[in-house]
Write a new protein. Structure first.
Length: 257
């Protein structure tokens, strides 16, 4: 597995900016993201319906770009987590993590022994198909470089956030803002006092436990505010909405008298 500058930067207390991709499963999307200056790109399997064949193609093309390719998997299951890593992902994001036990399963699925129980295969995509691979070096390198992100996006996950953050091998805790407000009974009310208190507690726990806090932003101003709050891993929106917003603005400008 290649070096992962995002994992290293976050581990050193720095920030990382990226974006998410839900729709445009094209060979050029990672290069476009890289050329725009993103540090990472998260390809979504939770809501896009993409299978592993699509992810395999996206990882093959993304590894040719100067950007860290990550995959949001659909569930906390071994094969959902290990397979994207096998086809070349530099890390995984796992949704709806609610307990420390689930976080342990995530890490175990993403890491080789002795840190985890990921099944071994060498000389495949994550090794860039190198014919001669030293198994010990390959596994250690993969363990050192794979970025593990768990999403806190339910009331139960928030209640257990301190225990989740204590799990060794978790690099980033990520606020799933939409689902979290849904779970709290205040859908989409991101200015609600309960949500704001939840975010404050989340950030305090991340700081205390030495985990990088992550979140998605839907505007430049929102991203700047989140960075000022203490978030260090920020995804600036996703392909669908960025494209729609730019197109809408352009067409409106053209139509102006």
């Amino acid at each position: 597995m290649r070096t992962n500058p995002v994992r290293r930067d976050l581990g050193e207390g720095k920030t990382a900016l990226g974006t998410m991709v839900f729709e445009f499963a094209t060979p050029g999307i990672a290069r476009i993201v890289a050329a725009a200056g993103a540090d990472f790109v998260i390809f979504d399997q939770e809501h896009s319906g993409w299978g592993i064949d699509t992810i395999r193609t996206l990882m093959a093309t993304a590894r040719a770009a100067d950007v860290v390719p990550l995959v949001r998997v659909p569930a906390t299951q071994y094969h959902s987590i290990a397979r994207p890593l096998d086809v070349g992902a530099s890390g995984v994001m796992v949704p709806m993590v609610e307990t420390a036990e689930q976080a342990v399963l995530v890490v175990s699925s993403a890491k080789y022994p002795p840190q985890g129980n990921r099944g071994a295969a060498f000389g495949i995509a994550h090794d860039d198909y190198e014919a001669q691979v030293d198994p010990m070096s390959s596994m250690q390198n993969a363990n050192d470089e794979a970025l593990v992100i768990v999403q806190i996006e339910t009331r139960r996950g928030l209640e257990n956030v301190e225990e989740i953050a204590a799990v060794e091998g978790v690099d980033v805790l990520w606020v799933g803002h939409n689902d979290l407000t849904n779970s709290m009974g205040i859908p989409g009310q991101f200015d609600h006092p309960d949500y704001l208190r939840a975010v404050d507690r989340f950030l305090e726990v991340c700081d205390y436990k030495g985990k990088a806090p992550g979140i998605m932003s839907t505007s430049v101003d929102e991203a700047r505010m989140q960075l000022e709050q203490g978030f260090r891993c920020v995804a600036y929106w996703g392909d669908i909405w960025l494209y729609a917003s730019a197109l809408r603005q352009g067409l409106a400008a053209i139509r102006e008298d």
